[in-house]
Ligand binder design. Structure first.
Ligand code: SAH
Ligand code: SF4
Ligand code: F3S
Length: 444
């Protein structure tokens, strides 16, 4: 299309965390409401939204190569909007470096996309990285579509300022969405077919609100209310911060049946000096104590975490402490990363940046340990009976894929449909997935 035409088709590509996936879906809904249709698979779109992530180096580089790749053989480009956290952090630089980008829109401003598209279609280049007082959520269309699993952003932003992290700068301060809006959005998602909802927040367990009686409640209160929605079968939440892990939320794991036995609780490192330099404001011991309490409330809970290796100044002995923590915690799965200096964060200018080769070696050792734990956790599921939520068809005829309560991927053959809750027996276990045989339809 030529730059002066209104786009008829769009494509949204999201990178990074689940909240970006949620935002990407909301942008798609907003564009559809404007009469812009999703581009068919394999076809050129008139408008492309790159919904970017800034958490680690390669993420930003990927954006520039994606922009380059959007150029067509005849030299034209679609109308390109860069959204998400790179847009927020490096909007000006993107505008200067990539002339084919016509719109830069931050994570708190994307409800303004329709006006921006009108301006861009008229030949202007527009940037909106405001963090406006009005919330984007009020301006977004109501939810009408959902698969069997859905994300629901309940909290956004971060006030924790870990010294390595860009999120407080790209997403802004901690804000909780109002209770009534969340119950409403959850009900609409369930009406549209969601059986499982994952509550999202950069610090989801920092969510606070007021219920209809005017009482102050935390995330556990919200979870208890959502559990009362009859056709909602499963509730999950992510990502939590150890400091916001309240006794109420821990207790909910033992009391709310629909709350799945899974907790993602990032720790980042296993040494108190490193944690302090990271400004994590918890210790190894206080973290392990939380895991102990959660296990007491829900003995079968699957635990997950995030780790960074090679934070500036991390010694070999301090890294060994991370391996010890991994063994002490007994994770079901984890994410681990090499430290990446982010512009504007305090850690980026700290002394003793760790050489890449050292980080590579540490990451390999850490991942070997984490993989060992993950396989052991999966093997311990052998012979168990559990319920899976059927998410999609598998590769072979008659094969389906779903998730166990512990977030393991399970494949099985059955007479099933997407959205079914099926009882299965686990018959094989690999590092990344389980095999099962169907038993009978579980009561929803
Ligand atoms: N709010 C969440 C996670 C946000 S980012 C929390 O605090 O737990 C997701 C993960 O990316 C972090 O947990 C951390 O492990 C990793 N991460 C963040 N900044 C990073 C950096 N500069 N380099 C490497 N990994 C980083
Ligand atoms: Fe980043 Fe720390 Fe906030 Fe998590 S808690 S988003 S790691 S600053
Ligand atoms: Fe990335 Fe922003 Fe999420 S930096 S991880 S998209 S909050």
């Amino acid at each position: 299309m030529r730059p002066t035409q209104t786009p008829r088709t769009y494509r949204v590509k999201s990178f990074g965390c689940q909240m970006n996936v949620y935002d990407g879906d909301r942008m798609a809904e907003l564009l559809a409401e404007q009469g812009i249709a999703p581009a068919a698979e394999g076809e050129d779109a008139d408008l492309v939204v790159l919904n970017t992530c800034h958490i680690r180096e390669k993420a930003a580089e990927k954006v520039y190569s994606d922009i380059g790749r959007l150029k067509r053989e005849d030299g034209t480009s679609p109308l390109i909007a860069v959204a998400g956290c790179v847009a927020q952090a490096e909007g000006e630089e993107i505008m200067a470096r990539a002339p084919s980008v016509k719109m830069v829109v931050g994570p708190q401003a994307y409800h303004r996309l329709p006006e921006m598209i009108r301006d861009a279609a008229a030949g202007k280049r527009v940037t909106d990285t405001d963090m406006p007082a009005e919330t984007k959520f009020d301006a977004l269309p109501r939810r009408r579509r959902s698969g069997p699993t859905a994300f629901l952003t309940v909290q956004e932003g971060c006030d924790k300022f870990c010294t390595y992290c860009v999120v407080p700068y790209t997403r802004g301060a901690e804000v909780s969405r109002p209770h009534g809006d969340l119950i409403d959005e959850a009900k609409r998602l369930v009406d549209a077919g969601a059986r499982e909802i994952t509550l999202l927040g950069q610090n989801v367990n920092a969510w606070t609100g007021e219920n209809t009686k005017g009482q102050a409640i935390g995330l556990d209160g919200l979870i208890r209310e959502l559990a009362a929605i009859p056709d909602l079968a499963r509730i999950r939440y992510t990502t939590s911060h150890p400091n916001d892990m309240t006794q109420g939320l821990i207790a909910a794991h033992g009391e709310v049946e629909k709350l799945m036995p899974f907790l993602h609780l990032p720790v980042q490192a296993g040494n108190d000096r490193v944690l302090k330099a990271m400004n994590r404001s918890h210790t190894v011991e206080s973290y392990l104590r939380i895991l102990e309490q959660v296990r007491a409330a829900r003995p079968d809970i699957a635990l997950s975490g995030d780790f960074i290796v090679g934070f500036p100044g991390e010694t070999d002995a301090e890294f060994e402490d991370t391996l010890k923590l991994v063994d002490a915690a007994g994770y079901a799965q984890c994410f681990s990363f090499k430290y990446s200096p982010r512009p504007g964060t305090p850690a980026a200018t700290m002394e003793d940046q760790i050489p890449l080769a050292v980080m590579d070696e540490r990451l390999q050792r850490l991942q070997a340990a984490l993989n060992r734990h993950q396989l052991a956790f999966n093997e311990a599921s052998l012979g168990k009976t559990c319920t899976v939520l059927v998410e999609r068809k598998g590769k072979h005829a008659g094969q389906w894929l779903g998730k166990s309560p512990w977030l393991q991927s399970v494949h099985f053959e059955a007479d099933a449909a997407v959205g079914d809750l099926l009882e299965v027996e686990i018959t094989s276990a690999g590092p990344n997935s389980l095999g099962a045989v169907a038993r009978m339809a579980a009561a929803a």
